[in-house]
Write a protein that binds this ligand. Structure first.
Ligand SMILES: *[C@@H]1O[C@H](CO)[C@@H](O)[C@H](O)[C@H]1NC(C)=O
Ligand SMILES: *[C@@H]1O[C@H](CO)[C@@H](O)[C@H](O)[C@H]1NC(C)=O
Ligand SMILES: *[C@@H]1O[C@H](CO)[C@@H](O)[C@H](O)[C@H]1NC(C)=O
Ligand SMILES: *[C@@H]1O[C@H](CO)[C@@H](O)[C@H](O)[C@H]1NC(C)=O
Ligand SMILES: *[C@@H]1O[C@H](CO)[C@@H](O)[C@H](O)[C@H]1NC(C)=O
Ligand SMILES: *[C@@H]1O[C@H](CO)[C@@H](O)[C@H](O)[C@H]1NC(C)=O
Length: 375
């Protein structure tokens, strides 16, 4: 056996090289090659196994880590469903010991570029003390990603009226994931918002959150914001005075959300006398993890919204669209110091709100969609 093998090796040096297996993407959708770098001899074969999502194995160069090398190899896109058990493969033959640089071309030249997020691989790269080390290669791929991320959408937009500059709406990312709840497992594609919770319902019924609306001498929601998961129920308990909880948008905090024939939620007015001890409640069931903005629509006396009586679900507190920023917009637009440039129109036609509204609608419909589109 040994004799015939070495004879074969002598006759067919390229066909009997070693086989190196490389995983493209993680089992949980991570944007990595595993291992990230290998050494291979001439005649070896590298077999790439495509894990879930939709990746490529594309040859680049050290100088341009996220760009196709002229004449380089390219597996093309390999979409793999989260529950797929047979994974497609792509084999590259190593013909010499020159370095080979590889990246995933998904979402190329966008802020979601897999390469820009560090999804790169190398064969026969320089050792760590050399300029052409894997570390330096990955660093320059990440730098490409960082540049793409800052080029991304404009950082600011304007509020619905009053000429106020506010942080632009975040761009949701399309995410495919497998959700398991009790005995059911399904694959879902949904819009993920920056720093939003994972859309994994903890129980079939969801958690219950209580929010006190108003009360003696209080124009506030308590708590004013919370983090909630799809299926969670928020019980609004109306205390003294005469309040509402009405959905709006970040751009237009003090007017009802209306877009594309869709209406936001609205509890209607809940007058509560001073002597009352049984408080009326109104429930809202959370549909997805997109930020939700709301306000109290009472105008009698003074604008409750303009006084800062606003509420948020899943606001991104590390962004320019935090709860405090939202409350600031409400006070500026509808507070006692609000400028007289406010429109007389009360129908809510602010253009600035459109992007958030459609983003929200996408999130709602996408969450329960049993689709397997992959990114
Ligand atoms: C994978 O999930 C999809 C969508 O839920 C389903 O249609 C398909 O039958 C599943 N395939 C396997 C092998 O379980
Ligand atoms: C090695 O040579 C084969 C045959 O010419 C070619 O198909 C393959 O792409 C080459 N491998 C690399 C890494 O260039
Ligand atoms: C509650 O407020 C609304 C709007 O200002 C008003 O129409 C309604 O009459 C009020 N209800 C009571 C009982 O004060
Ligand atoms: C609101 O939700 C709470 C908690 O789940 C529940 O006890 C209550 O019956 C609900 N109220 C309405 C009107 O659905
Ligand atoms: C806020 O101001 C706008 C523009 O003047 C007005 O249409 C809207 O009714 C006000 N809303 C509240 C709750 O103050
Ligand atoms: C895979 O990604 C490519 C490039 O983004 C896209 O054109 C293709 O539709 C995707 N395939 C699936 C099944 O999602």
């Amino acid at each position: 056996m040994f004799a015939s093998l070495s004879l074969g090796l002598a006759l067919l040096p390229f066909a009997l090289g070693a086989v190196h297996d490389v995983q493209v993407g993680g089992k949980g959708g991570e944007l990595v090659f595993q291992p990230e770098a290998i050494f291979a001899a001439a005649g070896d074969q590298v077999v790439f196994h495509f894990n879930p999502k939709n990746h490529t194995v594309t040859q680049s160069s050290f100088a341009d880590p996220c760009g196709l090398k002229e004449g380089g190899f390219n597996s093309g896109f390999q979409p793999v469903a989260a529950n797929q058990t047979t994974l497609p493969t792509y084999t590259v033959s190593v013909n010499n010991t020159d370095p080979i640089w590889v990246y995933c071309a998904q979402a190329a030249r966008t802020a979601n570029s897999h390469c820009g997020k560090g999804m790169v691989f190398a064969i026969n790269c320089g050792s760590d003390d050399k300029p052409n080390s894997f570390t330096n290669f990955k660093k320059s791929a990440l730098a490409v990603g960082a540049a793409l991320a800052t080029e991304a959408p404009a950082a600011t937009t304007t509020a619905a009226y009053g000429g106020l500059t506010i942080a632009a709406a975040p761009t949701p990312t399309l995410v495919t994931s497998v959700i398991t709840l009790q005995s059911s497992t399904w694959t879902t594609t949904y819009s993920s918002y920056p720093n939003s919770p994972a859309p994994t319902p903890a129980t079939l019924d969801g958690a219950v959150h209580k929010v006190i609306v108003g009360g003696p001498g209080k124009l506030a929601f308590d708590p004013p914001r919370l983090t909630a998961l799809p299926r969670d129920v928020i019980v609004f308990e109306f205390h003294q005075k005469n309040h509402t909880v009405t959905q709006s948008s970040f751009e237009d905090p003090c007017r009802p959300l209306t877009a594309d024939g869709q209406k936001g939620f609205d509890s209607g007015f809940n007058p509560v006398a001073d002597s009352v001890t049984e408080f009326p409640t109104w429930n809202y069931t959370v549909k997805d993890t997109a930020p939700v903005w709301a306000y109290c629509a009472q105008l009698a006396g003074s604008s409750h919204c303009g006084a800062g009586m606003v509420f948020a679900i899943n606001s991104d507190e590390s962004s320019g669209r935090s709860f405090n920023a939202f409350q600031g917009v409400a006070k500026t637009l509808n507070g006692t110091a609000a400028s007289s440039t406010a429109p007389a129109d009360t129908k809510g036609t602010g253009n600035g709100a459109i992007s958030t509204r459609s983003g929200f609608a996408l999130g709602v419909t996408a969450f329960f969609a049993l689709v397997a589109s992959l990114l």
